[in-house]
Design a protein around this ligand. Structure first.
Ligand code: AMP
Length: 418
């Protein structure tokens, strides 16, 4: 039987792992620098969480969730995104009662039944950050600067921040009405999906990728022309902080994000070199979600970056991975007593924390040296009866070709491997 991985999933093979590790390390490092703590949550949650927390009119809930009924007839869903999960956990564990702001990050995999294409898979990985408590433009700026610092920290230069504000409960209804009126006047030209969005969520029409809807959307009223005094002042302050922090942005009235829970600030990090799925990540303010999920009124801002798209952007820009600073040794025994000596020496080096391998296959010295080179070791030491008798060996640096004579004991070798 020839079993293949499910469509839209990927194996991350050993050769790809250094890039993934680097991206994850930069995410963790930047999150810590900005004062965010890690949170982990279940891979599946009650379906109702996403129906309530993501929004019934969204594509995620309507079309993309991996939902199943468990043996107790409860509806469960593989997490399609992280914000609702974090909010559920904050409410359930009363985390809002501790020190505010509460700043959390996650590195997790998510599942959406989407049409697979470059940059879009059915299982994907996100680095997400959520900040609960303040509703200030400073909190928005901090989240955006954190996302920006990860992208820059990976050496990605061609990413542009798209910024918008979609208003609050006070100003959004009037904007929504203006939008509805505008799109209703183009009803016959809209695609079927957008016709139904006209009633349920006209903001989503701004997101439509169909060329006709997109051209109509270009002439639509802009959210930023309909903001109330508070939202306007907040947006202006945010732009000023970003400008002073040296973050370049474009104001994008079409950036509304797909989810129902956003209020006020929304943003996306867009990269021009990775194809149609050009958003490296995005986020926004969602002041009502914690209360919607049974918690107190607790303003929040968050964003998520997609790890595979970050790697695609690094590859597109040929951004280098840092060289591994870790040295490692391959001990090649020439047979006889040297085999046991190499095994013991290897073990002693490992207990000293040195990355080390020796032969476990019984193959020739030539084949061993080929393996040592192929598997990326930095040093090799060949030991036979002469080396054992002399208590010394030649340590060869495979990168530089440099050779040094070292005493054949674990302490001396450990000191020589950098
Ligand atoms: P979203 O909140 O849905 O905009 O997702 C934030 C980021 O996660 C996107 O900009 C992508 O980088 C990544 N992402 C979302 N969905 C997928 C997917 N199906 N496949 C790969 N990456 C995704």
């Amino acid at each position: 039987m020839n079993i293949k991985k499910p469509r839209g999933t990927s194996d991350i093979l050993p050769a790809e792992i250094p890039a993934w590790r680097f991206v994850e390390e930069v995410c963790r490092r930047q999150a810590a620098i900005y004062g965010f703590s890690e949170i982990r949550f279940p891979t599946f949650e009650c379906t109702e969480l996403f129906a309530r927390g993501v929004g019934g009119t969204t594509d995620i809930v309507q079309k993309e969730m991996y939902t199943f009924t468990d043996k107790d007839e409860r509806s469960m869903t593989l997490r399609p995104e992280g914000t609702a999960c974090v909010c559920r956990s904050v409410v359930e564990n009363g985390l809002y009662a501790g020190a505010l702001p509460l700043k959390l990050f996650y590195l997790s995999n998510f599942f959406r039944y989407e049409k697979p294409q470059a940059g879009r898979t059915r299982e994907f990985f996100q680095f997400g950050c959520e900040c609960f408590g303040p509703s200030t433009p400073q909190a928005d700026a901090e989240a955006i600067l954190l996302g920006d610092s990860v992208i820059r920290g990976l050496g990605i230069k061609g990413c542009v921040l798209h910024l918008n504000s979609i208003g609050c409960a006070d100003c959004r209804p009037a904007y929504r009405a203006a939008l509805k009126e505008y799109f209703a006047s183009h009803y016959d030209e809209l695609c079927d999906t957008c016709r139904s969005r006209l009633e349920t969520n006209p903001l989503r029409i701004l997101d439509c990728k169909s060329p006709v809807c997109s051209a109509i959307a270009d002439g639509a009223p802009r959210t930023t022309d309909h903001l109330c005094e508070n939202c306007r002042a907040h947006y202006e302050e945010l732009k000023s902080i970003l400008a002073q922090s040296g973050v370049e942005y474009v104001e994008d009235p079409r950036c509304v994000r797909g989810l129902d829970y956003y209020t006020g600030t929304v943003f996306e990090f867009v990269h021009g070199g990775i194809g149609a799925q050009s958003a490296l990540g995005g986020g926004g303010r969602y002041n009502g979600l914690i209360a919607e999920l049974g918690g107190p009124e607790l303003p929040a801002i968050g964003f998520a970056l997609g790890l595979s798209r970050l790697i695609m952007a690094m590859e597109a820009e040929k951004a280098p991975l840092p060289a591994s600073g870790e040295g490692s040794l391959y001990i090649a025994p020439l047979g006889g007593d040297a085999v046991t000596a190499a095994t013991l020496l290897c073990q002693q080096l490992r207990t000293r924390g040195v990355k080390c391998e020796t032969d476990i296959t019984g193959r020739s010295a030539k084949a061993q040296l080929k393996y040592a080179d192929k598997s990326g070791h930095t040093y090799v030491a060949v030991i036979g009866t002469d080396e054992l008798a002399a208590g010394k060996c030649e340590l060869k640096n495979l990168r530089t070709g440099e050779k040094t004579i070292i005493a054949l004991d674990a302490d001396s070798l450990a000191a020589a491997i950098k």
